[in-house]
Unconditional design. Structure first.
Length: 160
């Protein structure tokens, strides 16, 4: 799709643009779409998140999800929303969002990313043992060696 290709080009050029320019470029592309286009709303949210404007991004992420944003963007929106609410000081809400996402979609291609953000949220929620356990569970499948013992140690952390 031509529109998505142009959106992707903006994201690929973020190293060469200011945050304000990224927001303006994404907003110009969003303006080409209907107001109820979940992909456009998601991109508007992401641009604000990128620019550190989390309070503006949060309702846009929620709206994109309500509008039926399809995968893989749906999972990405949940992860980014959870990160946003964590950055807004609501770690417990972030934990809930990510735990629900992982319970409903444990094998999604972004599950390990969700676990990484969950570990951060658990840390912020003052649940360090769960945070370490979650991070190790996400890491273990990617280890060429020690996969089995790391996974076992992570499981032991859940029972201590």
């Amino acid at each position: 799709m031509e529109w998505q290709r142009r959106v992707d080009a903006v994201w690929a050029s973020t190293g060469e643009r200011s945050e304000a320019d990224v927001v303006a470029a994404i907003d110009a592309l969003v303006a080409e779409r209907p107001a109820d286009d979940p992909s456009a709303v998601f991109e508007a949210a992401g641009a604000r998140d990128f620019a550190g404007r989390e309070a503006e991004a949060e309702p846009l992420y929620r709206r994109a999800l309500e509008l039926g944003l399809p995968d893989p963007w749906r999972a990405q929106a949940v992860i980014q929303l959870a990160s946003t609410v964590r950055n807004l000081g609501r770690a417990d809400e972030s934990v809930e969002l990510l735990q629900r996402e992982l319970a409903e979609h444990p094998e999604h291609e972004l599950a390990d990313a969700a676990r990484a953000f969950l570990a951060l949220a658990l840390h912020d929620a003052r649940r360090p043992t769960e945070a370490v356990r979650t991070a190790l569970i996400a890491l273990a499948p990617h280890l060429p060696r020690y996969r089995r013992p790391i996974a076992a140690y992570a499981e032991e952390l859940g029972t201590s």
